[in-house]
Design a protein. Structure first.
Length: 95
């Protein structure tokens, strides 16, 4: 838990996502069993910079399973946002 608290103190809010780039790396060398390595997706997120700051980027590597988990989590976040938007749609009903 201390690691999370420490990470939060280093977090800078207010940046906006300015760019996203990705590529798929596929291993062309075979291992001892004659099979290829698992392809991985490399993802780079670029955060916008405030005046006088250097642009920051986050680089991540995902296997097929990890990428699927990330997409599922993002879908959960989207569902929560959409649910909260419905609460404030002005019809007096809550979701």
């Amino acid at each position: 838990m201390a690691a999370v608290a420490e990470d939060l103190t280093k977090t800078q809010w207010g940046h906006a996502l300015k760019g996203l780039s990705w590529r798929l790396d596929v291993t062309t060398d075979r291992d001892q069993m004659g099979t290829f390595g698992e392809p991985v997706a490399l993802l780079e997120l670029n955060a916008g910079k405030r005046e006088g700051e250097v642009e920051k980027s986050i680089k991540c590597q995902f296997t097929k399973g990890e990428l699927g988990d990330l997409l599922n989590n993002l879908a959960d976040i989207q569902a929560v946002i959409e649910k909260n938007l419905q609460v404030g749609d002005g019809d007096g009903k809550t979701a």
